[in-house]
Write a protein that binds this ligand. Structure first.
Ligand code: ZN
Length: 109
C-alpha cells in the first residue's frame, strides 16, 4: 500500500469502497454479511455512546467505523454505494422529489 503513505485530503465514496475492498475483501467474504452485520450494529452502539458522552474526535472515529462496516456489507453483497445513493437521492428527496424535502412530518424521511 505504498501509494497510501501520503494521506489523501479527500476521499470519495467510490474510492472509500474500493479501499475497503482492497484491504479486507477476502476476510469479509469469508465472514459473510450476517457476521459483518453484527459488527456494524456493534459500531452503531459505539457511535450512540460517543454521541452521548464522547468528544468530537471519538465521534469521528465511530462515524468512520460505522461507514466502514456498512461499506463492507455493500462489498460482500455487490452493491455499488455510489450508484445506490445517486439512484435514490441524486435527484432529491425520494419521497417528494424536491431538493429541500417538504414531505409531511408523519412520513419518512
Ligand atoms: Zn421529501
Amino acid at each position: 500500500m505504498n501509494e497510501q503513505e501520503t494521506p489523501q485530503k479527500e476521499l470519495t465514496l467510490s474510492e472509500f469502497q474500493r479501499l475497503i475492498r482492497k484491504m479486507y475483501v477476502e476476510k469479509d467474504i469469508e465472514r459473510g454479511f450476517a457476521g459483518t452485520f453484527m459488527w456494524l450494529i456493534e459500531e452503531v452502539g459505539e457511535l450512540a455512546t460517543a454521541l452521548r458522552n464522547g468528544t468530537l474526535r471519538e465521534c469521528e472515529e465511530e462515524f468512520a467505523d460505522v461507514l466502514a462496516w456498512l461499506t463492507t456489507i455493500a462489498n460482500i453483497v455487490g452493491v455499488d454505494l455510489n450508484k445506490a445513493l445517486l439512484d435514490k437521492y441524486g435527484a432529491g428527496c425520494p419521497g417528494c422529489g424536491k431538493l429541500v424535502c417538504d414531505c409531511p412530518d408523519y412520513e419518512k424521511p
